[in-house]
Write a protein that binds this ligand. Structure first.
Ligand SMILES: [Zn+2]
Ligand SMILES: [Zn+2]
Length: 793
């Protein structure tokens, strides 16, 4: 069936030239992104005949015409492409020209549907994308029919992953299914020369979902929703705003009372808030942005960018205890319309809003209107929403700009979600069968493996929370269905008690498939190696909070010799004997006591520092008992716990209210140090064990000022870790060192370790595609499991 025929533009009929025919197969993100109209326009403009068709595995194109035009077409299709398209492969072959095709119009043929094909299907689902400049201009044009339409989109922009219910990506398989297009929208939708040709969520004021402002009980608030919402925000009120992947809570950032009220209502007292800035100029006034970071911020993924604040405490209460701010630019039409409305209002102009996920701490992001009413009623003063359903919640992605050396910056993913998911990631080795990797416990993500590619899920969260655990199960089911994958194996963390590991066992017996347990730090190391396609053995420094080691103790300050399939532990930080085990991850003072217990000849229970750290006599007695009798203590070589210990000893932070609060505060403080650091080493390495006792002796001296102490801690730990790696590198003759684990989100430590390793002529690799923290773990599991299973695809 012919969907559309091009106008006859047969230049070749006037001057008879030799005909050439060429067939192209393109795989990758080429469906639902305006690829066929792009090919259609290109072929018509060059006067070529032939066709383009979506196939289960990608797109098939045939063109016929004079040789020069076919060659020109080849160059253009390789070098040019629609905004959202990306190629995994493009191949072509020449074929014998067919006389009957000569001079015929170019055609867009109907798709070959999945159910009609027994072949492997292309299940590429496209990412959600920020509003494009064309739509933004239309939305601001009073003469355009979509003037101030809050759900404007086109083939180049708008929601995808968050509204799709099934593949193929067609309107009936999205949450736009119930909205019937009006005639003008339908004309655009069916015109290959229109920007909205086959743009599935296309809509307008007349036929599409409507934006409205309601009070917390769901009662409509009269008037223009954007102007009303802007007026409320300007007055310091909290407005819940429906975004692409869920609701946000917004409040003006420069109103300290309003920010404080939001913290109280949301029960989020400590964790930094992200900021939505009107435009790049506003963001640039707040934080130091490199050219690279600016490009990322303005890209159509529109992540939150963590960057160094230009001014300390510019917005009180927004980023307590850290010197970074997370900034992002508007990405939905509604966000732009709010800033436009703020500008229109006579009252004070608002150009920076706190924009925080609307969820109850650590639970999944709220994305349904009914849930927003139920859970946000007591937190916000109004809800700006619409009636286009969000099918799955997708958080904002978070990147961090990290200066590694003076002229070298990396953009480190911290949370990979909206705009990045479900784009695939590569694997360095081939694997014959599809599989599922269930990730870790905190900052959980899951991954599907197929055709040597990994689909790493969006951020799911902390699985110890019931709702997050249910969401985790839903995501696995959802992604398997959406991508039509039946896993033949399941990889999980070595820790048997992790919720993810338990669920992996349940699924494996239900599906009767193979289980692979993968050591936590090996998965971290493999993630960096896989990202950089390194299959040879490398050294890896993996530093994080906790992960179960092969000896059943907690690891987290590790040097391993690793390839993607196997690893060997070469060295580690001297284990801390943590009183109360896991509770030490929250109470940094327990980490401090464990470190102090390493000091030779110190009677910890009767020491001054013990009384200072634990003023309450009963708690002191309990902890002293644990330490002296060695009961209820867990050995941990975690670098994260050393950070906690140092933070407690220096009086910086006694309690981690959220993960890595103390290390982040310690890093920010270290950057304020102006005293010169010593050249001496304050650590010892014996048989691969890094002992930091000498550093501790210095930190507890009375005259150690906190900024100096924090800086000294970073310096000595970096030197100790680097020396551990350099010594092994020389012995094993390996010159590649990978850095992974959440601790390497610490810029100061990463800078110093990298500089020392490079000075020893070692090549250093850090994460650039998946988070160094446990958000990247499932990808590492995918790399290890695939290498172990192997086999051709
Ligand atoms: Zn657009
Ligand atoms: Zn319409």
């Amino acid at each position: 069936m012919t969907l559309m025929q091009g106008r006859q533009m047969s230049r070749s009929s006037q001057v008879i030239q030799p005909q050439s025919r060429r067939q192209f197969r393109i795989q990758g993100q080429v469906q639902g992104v305006g690829f066929r109209p792009f090919v259609f326009r290109l072929a018509c403009d060059l006067g070529l005949s032939g066709f383009v068709r979506n196939e289960p595995q990608g797109v098939l194109v045939q063109v016929q015409g004079d040789l020069a035009s076919v060659q020109r077409f080849t160059v253009c299709i390789k070098e040019d492409r629609p905004t959202l398209a990306s190629y995994d492969s493009l191949t072509f072959q020449d074929m014998a020209p067919r006389e009957e095709l000569s001079g015929q119009p170019f055609e867009i043929l109907a798709s070959v549907q999945r159910h009609r094909s027994r072949q492997k299907t292309n299940k590429t689902v496209t990412v959600d994308t920020a509003i494009c400049p064309d739509c933004l201009a239309e939305m601001r044009d009073p003469d355009n029919k979509r003037y101030r339409y809050g759900l404007i989109n086109c083939t180049n922009c708008g929601p995808r992953f968050s509204i799709i219910t099934d593949v193929p990506y067609d309107r009936p398989n999205t949450s736009m299914a119930n909205f019937r297009m009006c005639l003008p929208c339908m004309q655009e939708y069916t015109n290959p020369r229109d920007r909205r040709f086959h743009a599935q969520p296309t809509a307008c004021h007349d036929c599409g979902p409507q934006v409205s402002l309601v009070d917390p009980q769901g009662q409509p608030i009269e008037g223009d929703p954007y102007l009303k919402a802007a007026a409320m925000l300007a007055a310091g009120r909290i407005v819940a705003i429906k975004g692409i992947g869920g609701f946000h809570l917004a409040v003006r950032a420069d109103d300290a009372q309003a920010v404080k009220r939001l913290r109280t209502l949301k029960h989020r007292e400590h964790k930094p808030f992200a900021l939505l800035c009107r435009d790049l100029d506003v963001a640039s006034d707040l934080v130091h942005l490199s050219d690279h970071a600016k490009i990322q911020l303005q890209s159509n993924t529109r992540p939150i960018m963590l960057a160094m604040a230009k001014q300390a405490d510019q917005f009180p209460g927004v980023n307590p205890g850290t010197d970074r701010l997370g900034v992002m630019l508007p990405y939905t039409p509604i966000q732009h319309l709010i800033f436009d409305a703020c500008e229109q209002l006579d009252c004070q102009r608002v150009d920076v809003l706190v924009m925080t996920s609307a969820n109850i701490s650590n639970e999944p992001l709220i994305h349904k209107n009914t849930d927003a009413l139920e859970h946000m009623a007591g937190i916000c003063d109004a809800i700006l929403w619409h009636d286009r359903e969000i099918v799955r919640s997708v958080d904002d992605s978070v990147l961090m700009s990290m200066q590694i050396e003076e002229r070298e910056e990396v953009i480190l993913p911290m949370r990979r979600a909206r705009g990045f998911v479900p784009a695939t990631l590569p694997l360095p080795t081939s694997v014959a069968t599809p599989g599922l990797c269930v990730g870790g416990e905190l900052k959980n993500t899951v991954a599907l493996v197929r055709d040597n590619k990994v689909i790493l899920s969006h951020h799911i969260g902390d699985l110890t929370h019931t709702k997050s655990y249910h969401y985790f199960q839903q995501v696995i089911e959802d992604l398997c269905k959406l991508h039509d994958i039946k896993p033949q194996w399941i990889a999980h963390d070595l820790h048997p008690v992790y919720m993810s590991s338990q669920y992996a066992r349940t699924l494996a017996s239900r599906w009767d498939v193979r289980l692979l347990a993968i050591q936590h730090h090996h998965a971290h190391a493999a993630a960096v190696l896989a990202e950089h396609k390194i299959t040879e053995p490398a050294l890896a420094l993996v530093c994080d909070g906790v992960g179960m080691g092969e000896d059943d103790s907690s690891w987290g300050g590790e040097l391993i010799l690793s390839n993607v399939a196997d690893f060997y532990r070469m060295g580690h930080l001297k284990p801390l004997m943590l009183p109360g085990g896991d509770s030490a991850a929250k109470d940094t003072r327990r980490c401090a006591l464990a470190w102090l217990a390493q000091l030779p000849g110190v009677d910890i229970p009767n020491s001054d520092i013990f009384s200072r750290l634990i003023p309450d006599p009963a708690s002191r007695m309990m902890l002293a008992n644990m330490l002296t009798r060695n009961v209820n203590v867990n050995a941990s070589s975690s670098a994260g716990r050393y950070f906690d210990a140092a933070a407690a000893i220096l009086g910086v932070c006694e309690h981690n209210h959220f993960e890595a609060q103390a290390p982040m505060a310690l890093e920010a403080l270290a950057r304020t140090n102006r005293r010169e650091l010593p050249s001496a080493s304050m650590y010892r390495i014996r048989h691969g064990v890094l002992d930091m006792t000498a550093l501790l002796e210095c930190l507890i001296l009375d005259d150690t000022d906190t900024a100096y102490g924090a800086d000294l801690f970073h310096q000595q730990l970096a030197r100790g870790l680097a020396e551990l790696a350099i010594t092994q590198a020389m012995q094993s003759k390996i010159d590649v060192v990978a850095l992974s684990g959440g601790v390497f989100c610490n810029t100061l430590l990463t800078q110093r370790v990298t500089a020392l390793l490079r000075r020893a002529n070692l090549h250093v690799y850090v994460h650039q595609q998946v988070p160094a923290n446990d958000g990247g773990l499932a990808y590492g599991q995918a790399a290890v499991a695939s290498a172990r299973i192997g086999g051709p695809v």
